[in-house]
Each structure stands twice: as structure tokens, then as C-alpha cells.
Write a protein that binds this ligand. Sequence first.
Ligand code: ATP
Ligand code: MG
Length: 349
Amino acid sequence: MSLIEVRDLTKDYRLNVKKRGLLGAVQSLLVPEYKLKRAVDNINFSIEKGEMVGFIGPNGAGKSTTVKMLTGILSPTSGSIMMGGLSPHKDRKKNASRIGAVFGQRTQLWWDLPVADTYDLLRYIYRIPEKKFEQNMEMFNDLLGIQEFMSQPVRQLSLGQRMRADIAAALLHDPEIVFFDEPTIGLDVVAKEKIREFIKKINAEKNTTMLFTTHDMLDIEKTCKRMIIIDQGTIIYNGTVEQIKERYGRSRTLVAEFAQKLDRIDLPAGVELIDQKDNKKYLKFNRDEIQVSGLIAELTSKYNILDLTVTEPEVEAIIREIYEGGIDFDKGISGDSKKSLSEQYCVPC
Ligand SMILES: Nc1ncnc2c1ncn2[C@@H]1O[C@H](COP(=O)(O)OP(=O)(O)OP(=O)(O)O)[C@@H](O)[C@H]1O
Ligand SMILES: [Mg+2]
């Protein structure tokens, strides 16, 4: 049995339909009208102990709602979550010491207190032994540099400092499972890298199980082996980052720099000119249909070429295409598979 087991999980929000105008406001008050919004629609997945899983999807896909149910903040409309034998919602108190959560968009620190006081309070709440507390504070300071702002009230911290302080607070009690909901949102590249390194180190050293939600694909590529993609409340991909590259990243771009500027160029069937700049031309092809060595041989026999490079699509470009609906899940890019993406890569329930 996996550490986290999510089965047929659904969450409906009840929205109060407000009517316009004064009469409408009175009507809404007297006879309230509601409609349901399904944010998470019958999802299934499992996470093993020590795994670090990326949880991604476009805005409004249902990521935060899922994380809130996993942490026990929200109760599911139907379905179940089991976390090492406990239900986060029903066994909220018992589960609290085993989990940690970072919500990048909202701090969990005491706004007016100095950061150090928040940590003292957490030590008391979680009954963290003195030695463990000191060891963790030292480690977090080495990795996240929290000492520099320990005496400042949280409201005075910069976004990057606040995020580091929040992450340290969530991990202070050595939780077995940590949920990160956009922990790198709004941070500069150096700060993001610091947080990724920290997360990786904690996962490796403490074997902490982690679910990582982000809109930055580099976060996922650099930290997670597996990712789950959710769209409109439904899981559309559950598999490794490598698999998605292998399966859906089959296009290649050959950048050819010619000795002179060419107005037109003869290309073999299946090769598309996608861009050109000065003497450079960007040629896109499917690596399953066209051999790069053959394409290079053909071009060099016809033209005087100074330089050639082949690039593969980044995961971000593949994901963007998935979000935009450009990838046909039934066929894939090359159209050779009859299986749907979810059939191929979703972990069997
Ligand atoms: N408290 C709420 N009441 C009503 N609807 C909500 C509530 N919270 C979220 N929703 C709706 O549920 C859907 C999923 O929202 P959720 O916050 O889970 O998305 P998300 O994937 O985290 O998006 P983002 O990437 O923008 O953070 C959205 O349509 C949102 O409007
Ligand atoms: Mg969210």
C-alpha cells in the first residue's frame, strides 16, 4: 500500500448566485440560490514514501483544492484520501504532526511577530524536542539563510525572505509528508534555485514525501521524477517527466546557418521552415519520421552551411502544448498510438 492513496476524489464548491440590483440583493437574502462548481472530478493517484511528485495544471485546474483536501483543510465531497492509514480530514489532529504545508500565495506565519517568535510557538505547538529544534534551525539557516531576518516581523520581510521563512516553519517538526503549493511563485531565478536545492536536500536526507505544485516547469524538471497533470479537475497525465519528453517531445529543430542569405530553400517532405533570421533557418521535423543525419547530408550536399545545431523541445513547451490542447491524447504528436495518454501513463488504481 502506498503512503498516500487518493481514490475517486471529488470536490464541489457551492457558489451563492447573487442577483443584481437592490431587489436582487433582497431576493438573494430571502431565497438564496446556489450552483455547484466541480473543482476536482473523481481523481485517483498514489504516492510512495520518499517520492517527490510534481502536481501541475493550468490556472483553476484544481491543484490547490486537491492540496487543501490532502492537508485536511477541506473535506472531500466524495471519495477518499488515506495517508499511512489516516484520513487527513477525519483524523486532522493526529495527522497534523505528520504533515507540513507551504502555500506560496499565503503565509502561515504570524504577521506581526518576529520570525523567531513564530518558530518558538511552533516548537511549543508541535512539542519539538530542544535538540531537534536546534539541529533543524541550524540546517535551515545553512541552506536558506534565515538568520538574517530572524528578528524582523513577518510583515516586513521581502517575498523571498517570507517564502524561506514559511518553508522553514513548515518543516521544523520534521514532517513525513510535505505539500508545496507554489513555493517559488514570484521569486527571482537565484531564490528559486535555492528553494529547489533545499527541497531536494530535505527529500534526499530525510526521505520526506513531497507533492510540489508550481507553474514553473524548471521546478519540476529539477526536483521531481514523476508528475501529475490535472486539467479541469481531471488527471490527464501521471507518469515520469522523462516519459512525457520521450513520448510527446518528438519534434526537433535543426538550426542551420548558411554561408549566404537564401530567399528560398528546398526542403524534404516533413520538414517545415518555422523561422529565419539573417543567414539562419529554423527547420522543424519529427525525429521518428526523419533521420537527422539524412537531413543534414541532404542540406550540406545542396548548400554551403557554416553551422548546424539540433534542439529538442523543453518540457515547458510540451506542457504548454498540452494545456493549449495541441497534443492529441489519443494519437500523440506522431499519431501512431491508439491508447490515450491517461491509459498509458496514469498509475493503475
Ligand atoms: N472557495 C472556493 N469557492 C468556490 N470556488 C472555488 C473556491 N476555491 C476554488 N474555487 C474554484 O475551483 C476551481 C479550482 O480552483 P483551484 O484554486 O483549486 O485551482 P488551481 O489549480 O490551484 O489554480 P491556480 O494555478 O490558479 O492556483 C476554480 O474554478 C476556482 O474558481
Ligand atoms: Mg492554486
